[in-house]
Each structure stands twice: as C-alpha cells, then as structure tokens.
Ligand binder design. Structure first.
Ligand SMILES: [Zn+2]
Length: 399
C-alpha cells in the first residue's frame, strides 16, 4: 500500500505527505501531513501571508474514503501571528475554517443528502449525523443567502403544521412559478411582515393578489404592508370552517334528541362532513335516516351544498347577491350556530368575493404536506427549525 503515492491527491494543499499507512483491522487509511515550509502560512481568517509562526499543532481530518477504507488525515499545521487577526491558524487549503472534514468530503455529503436521509449518509460515511447535518445546513444557507424573489404577481400564504397540531410554519409561494419564496418560523404578524419588508417597493407594487385563510395575523400584516393587494380568502378554509359548524350542530342535536334518535345520529360525524357524491350506499342509507328525523341537520347539509355554489360565480355582483341570499337562508333557519357563521362570512365578504377577480386558492400548499412528511423522514433532527425550513425550501425550489 505504501507504494501508492497519494501526494498528487492532496496537491491543492500547502502541506506535504510524510507518511501513509493502513490499519487493516480498523479499515482506516491514515495520511500524515506536515507543513511544507517552502510556503509561508496564510491566515485562515483574512488570508494575509504571515511571517511569524506561533506554534505547531495537529488534528484529525476526515477525507473521502479510499475503497472501503476510511481516510483519516493526521494534519500538523501552524498557528500563526497574523498582523491583522492576532493568533490564528494557517489555511492549508484542505478544509473550511473550523471544520474537521475536507472540502471534497463536504461536497460529497451535499450530493448524498439530496438522495438519502442524513442518518443514512452518516452511517455510510462513518460520521456523526450532526456533522452531516451541519455540512448540509451550511451549504443550504449559502445557497439561499442571496435569494431573489423575482417579480411575483400573486402570492399564496398558508401555514404547515410540523408537529401535529402545535408548531406552525408560515409558507409563502409564488402562485405563477409555484416556488417557495419564503418560510417563517411561526405565523405571527411580525414574521410575515419580515417577509414583506424583504421586498423592494417595486416588488410590493407588483403584487396584485394574495390567497390566504382567515388567520388574523396574515390579514393584518398584508393590510399594513401591501394595502393595495387584493386579499382572497381560500374557499377550502371557509368550507372547513363550515364543517366545524356542522359538527357543533350535530353535537347539539344529539344532546337534545330522544333515546331512539340518539342511536340514529350516533357515529355520524364524518358522514355529515363528507361530500354527498362520495358517499357509499351504506352511508347514504344512514344519512337518509338522520335526515328523516332531524330538521336542523337536514337544513345545515342543504346549506353546505348550496354554499359551495358561491365559488361558481364569476361576476362579483352575482356572487354578492348569492352570498346575501345564502346568509338570509341561514339566518331564517333559526339555528344559532349558523348565525355566528353568517357573521363571520359578512365580516370577510370582501375577501371572499374577490375570488371572482382572482380565482386563486391555498390548496397548492395543502399538497405540500405529503412531500413534507417525506422530508421529515429523510432529514433527522428537526428540532432545528432553521434547518427544516432550508430543506423544505430546497425540495420545492428544485421542482
Ligand atoms: Zn488574519
């Protein structure tokens, strides 16, 4: 093995190979590097050539594997007195400052991370997963450090849940290019404003419409920063809110029902939320039994199907007329939960009717959730939200 000359493989480096040996049972190739005194040391911080050597020190650096042997570089290098930085270490060209793996190994890790889970990359290379994560994170930070948002015309703002039910991230997408422009660590007003403030005045002026749900911080931040953009509330979220109303009515009706009727209503939660066209025969017959005994549930389901028609209107005046008609029907039903829903609809009417001008929605983000599940499996250690955001961005940037 010692007859194989590996010096050319380290040609970029300002050091010389003084020894190389294999530890067979450990499957390790050790390469010993010493400073090449023909070169004056270069400060690793400011790249000034330093004349004064302070001391000599060494450390182990991992390089790409050679065959099935892990390559360990025992690297002796100089600490220098830099006229600008004080005592620092020399840059021998092998690694980034403070990193214990070579640049080429770092590049290889980045390639592998594209296809493999970081834990698998770590196992494959015999490294700690935290090292792999840091290398990958550093690369992604660099990649996204000079983001150019382009000239977005229509935006989509929504949240994604990362731990079921608690932690939410805000995602902002360019409707036309489907690219993730930005992700925030929470869904507060300040966070969203931070994104808007990254936009130039020209970019802000160019934004015509934004699809979102009725989450107050989204609305407030948008009104404050982009007062001329048209807010469009997402159809799916509104119908979802109505689904919660259906649920409340179901519970209230169940509580008030006789013992026999309770038996009929029991277990109908998902049945009532389902689209009528998706019902199986058995479900249809159960639903018919409920409708036969309960007027309020019947009325609510009719109103649910009717409400969906609101989004088939393309003219604002017609849609407005329809919305008013629907609200009146709901009020006339006398069901108290419908009253609060009508109040909410009226309060948000402007953003609901604006779908006529901009038929946009946030479902594009709903579709991300499956992909995000895969990312969660692939990338380990998501307590680091910053890293998670970077990985998600990368996944959707390369679409
Ligand atoms: Zn320096």
């Amino acid at each position: 093995m010692s007859e194989v000359n590996i010096t050319p493989l380290l040609f970029n480096c300002q050091s010389k190979v003084v020894d190389q040996y294999v530890v067979l049972d450990k499957k390790v190739l050790n390469v010993v590097l010493m400073p090449d005194e023909r070169y004056a040391p270069i400060c690793s911080r400011c790249r000034t050539i330093c004349k004064k050597v302070h001391s000599y020190t060494d450390r182990d650096i991992r390089d790409l594997n050679v065959f099935e042997y892990r390559t360990n570089i025992v690297c002796c290098y100089r600490k220098v007195r830099c006229p600008k930085c004080g005592i620092t270490v020399e840059d021998i060209g092998l690694t980034e400052p403070g990193v214990r793996i070579t640049k080429r190994l770092a590049e290889y890790i980045v390639i592998l991370c594209h296809f493999m889970a970081i834990t698998d990359v770590a196992r494959h290379l015999g490294l700690d997963w935290k090292t792999v994560k840091e290398v990958h994170k550093k690369y992604l930070l660099y990649k996204f450090s000079n983001e150019n948002f382009g000239k977005p015309r229509v935006l989509v703002v929504d949240e994604i849940a990362i731990h079921k039910g608690h932690k939410y991230l805000t995602v902002i997408i360019d409707w036309d290019t489907k690219k993730v422009l930005w992700m925030g660590k929470d869904r507060r007003v300040d966070s969203i404003k931070r994104f808007y403030n990254l936009l130039s005045d020209e970019q802000k002026k160019g934004i015509e419409a934004i699809a979102m749900d009725m989450w107050k911080p989204f609305i407030k931040a948008t009104l404050d920063c982009l007062p001329n953009a048209c807010i469009v509330f997402d159809q799916f979220h509104i119908l979802n809110t109505f689904g919660k109303i259906i649920d409340k009515i179901r519970v209230a009706e169940y509580m008030a029902a006789s013992k026999e009727d309770k038996e009929i209503i029991k277990g109908s939660r998902f049945l009532l939320l389902k689209n009528s066209e998706n019902l199986q025969d058995e479900e249809k017959s159960k639903l018919n039994k409920i409708l036969a005994i309960n007027k309020n549930i019947t009325t609510t389901l009719i109103l649910k199907d009717l409400l969906k028609k609101l989004w088939s209107h393309r003219h604002t005046d017609k849609a407005k007329e329809f919305l008013e008609y629907w609200c009146q029907l709901a009020i006339d039903s006398g069901i108290k939960y419908l009253k609060s829903f009508v109040k909410m609809l009226k309060k948000h009417a402007h953003g609901i009717l604006s779908h006529c001008k901009y038929p946009i929605h946030t479902s594009i983000i709903e579709g991300f959730n499956n992909k995000i599940k895969v990312i969660k499996r692939k990338a380990y250690g998501f307590n680091d939200i910053e890293y998670f955001i970077l990985v998600v961005k990368e996944a959707f940037f390369s679409n």
